[in-house]
Design a protein around this ligand. Sequence first.
Ligand code: ZN
Length: 453
Amino acid sequence: MDDSTLDHDALMQRVDTMMSRGETAPRLARDPVNLPQINTWLEAIGDPNPVYRETTTATRLHGGPVAPPAMAQVWTMFGLDPHRPAHDPLHGTMQLLDEAGFTSVLGTNCDQTYARHLHPGERVSITTRLESVVGPKRTGVGEGYFVTTRSTWRVGDEEVATMMFRVLKFKPAPRVDRTRITRPQRNADTDFFWEGTAAGELRIQSCGSCDALRHPPGPMCPRCHASNRGYVVAEGTGVLHSFTVHHAPQLPGRKLPVTIGLVDLPEGVRMVGELMAAPDHQWRIGDPVAVAFECIDDDLTLPVWELDVPRPGLAPAEQDADDDTETLPAWELPVTTTLVVAGALATRDFQDVHHDRDLAIARGSKDIFMNILTTTGLVHRYVGEWVGDPAARVTSCALRLGAPAYPGDTMTFTGTVVDRDHAQVVVDVVGSVPVGDHVTARVTVALAGEEVA
Ligand code: ZN
């Protein structure tokens, strides 16, 4: 069943060896910070900030054109060169986990800090250490290990930027085997429900006589005993009333554990359904949930429940008049093949899943998808355009990654100011795609008046 040769103990032993090496020796960027790469990046990301451009008076604010902070990592990317230095902690850990059978990778977190702007001509170096390997964990995409590395960029001995980077390295596991899964019994009483899920609607049976709602559906109203019936379409939200994590016995066609929840709907009925969440989410009674639809095949679509993360700023018009939360205008960005590929190349990220559709599909993805550095650049651009002051400077950006962004998606950015004083503003950003949040981020911007390098 498992063709890997490396068990957990052997794996962790080799991880310990890697961690004991500590920080790598500094590795110099291939090129100094340079205007051609900056301009290519600006074209791909579309960042209009004049301080990154050579021909504007604004560049004088920072002592000449400077590199966008989001490019910190770009300078030391490996590019197309397949060679990796011996003992590279991230690459080495990925190889180990490949050997142990955990062959797929998913970025989950990327937290960066920027001490100052970088200027063309400066040549950065990077050091990296392996901070932790935690696992095996059962996650929504399969069993895997969370790998965390920390990197520091320097110019000479001066620290100019840092990054905490976390990936999930996992064994992809289909959650549902559609040939073996137990199918619900359908009859004249329940057909409307399953026709609804197939159409993306959560339907609740209603009494044709007294309008009472009921679930599960049945032939007769428990209140007035009438047998004429219809349905209403539920709002699709709810609150977790209770849940259980099912570890045994085996369920046909299901990979265990499965978390089953009892959800209170605002319409007044209660439904049972599977709970789906981010790999490390711990469910709590009272969690807000929203329905999603999992298409098993043409005959069966199951309603499942996901954590309903509040989306600050998505509906500012509905906020109370006395709510003084400061929100950013929403930005809708069409994700195109050109944006994904141009972003990948401008950030010197040559992972095939970001530019080669055939290979992306062969690896089990539905298409190429946006790389993390492009996402970072877009988040900076969104906040920077809103701040609108060339003298301001992004000092940190903590990203949490979720659903992939594919060509054809529209990414909607929203933002909320969570802290502000004379020196800085802190903004929480959500970039969502149709299936969920692609990125949530907290960006800190030092405002004008701050000492700029
Ligand atoms: Zn009734």
